[in-house]
Design a protein around this ligand. Sequence first.
Ligand SMILES: *Cc1c(COP(=O)(O)O)cnc(C)c1O
Length: 390
Amino acid sequence: MKVYADNAATTVVSKEVVNAMLPCFTKIYGNPSSVHTIGQEAAIELENARSTIGKWLNAEPREIFFTSGGTEADNWAIQNAAAIGAKKNKRHIISSRFEHHAVLHTLNKLEKQGFEIQLLEVYNDGLVRPEDLQSALREDTALVTIMYANNEIGTVQPISQLGKICRDHGVIFHTDAVQAVGHVPIDVKEEFIDLLSLSAHKFHGPKGVGALYCRKGLPLNVFIEGGAQERGKRGGTENIPSIVGMAVALEQISRNMERNSDKVFALHNTLIEALSAIPRSRLNGSREKRLPGIVNFCFEGIEGEAMLLMLDALGICASSGSACTSGSLDPSHVLLALGLPHEIAHGSLRMSFSEYNNKEEVDYIIEKLPPIIQRLRSMSPVWEKIERGE
Ligand SMILES: *Cc1c(COP(=O)(O)O)cnc(C)c1O
């Protein structure tokens, strides 16, 4: 059996998406900037896609800017807000300790340029507290950037409360919603969001395409110099097949959100209950305030990497945290931000599901995982100490 339980890293591209993309390579292959009919056909597809993306966020088409993915949208949003702030001598930025590296590394760069970065606590449950934001805000705060949902543990932040606080203080609010779009309902107006990043490959669209929502009225700087594409803000011939694929993917997943979410929550609850019965295991992040489908556990006395290899040998594809940190031996910054000690954070396992998974697959994991843990613990000197109570 092959079980793909790594949907937070990326998702399969749906058949409908592939079918919608194919004609963009062979029939609607024009350059949207061309004046002739073949170019204009592509321009129509481009603008239809923009409307679709906007519709599902409650944004206007002109508030949507296409990018090469979530990383680019994060870079653009944060650098833009920083530049606006710097003009007014505001150089304080608030974020959280468990953001994606696309956000954290952009903030590191800004820090070297003289910005002051303040990272809010996320506590044991993986949730930012609105009152912490309230007290962190200053006269010179240029930007607040807090992710919508965490990609490693799946906790969903109180975005509308955070957004309201920022709006009341006249501070720009960005959210990296890459993990949330298509999985939970999002309304940029009701949630007071000024800038939002999304990426197609986290909701069954293609890789290498995403979008930045920028509220109208908020100035947006040029990010890539070049032609007049994306209203002159991001030069380069538009990636029409991928943009069309992203719009179809968002339309499809958003229309079925309730049904998908019920299905994926049922899988996720079954798994959480079964794994909670393993001694010295813990679910990371709040049990309630989470996305459907991301289940992250720590098992004491175990190396996450060893667990992953043994699972993979049985056809189960999971992750120790984020795809970006695997390969390095440092424990996940997200789990450390929850206050877990290094040795426990090392024993983490993230399994992430989509509507393409089923009950048989989860049952298979529930059958195969506990013996793996038992075996690894039987070989672990650390586990021996834990058992002796040292
Ligand atoms: C995947 C992810 C990104 C990066 O998106 P790409 O399209 O892969 O560049 C950024 N933030 C979060 C929360 C993610 O899960």
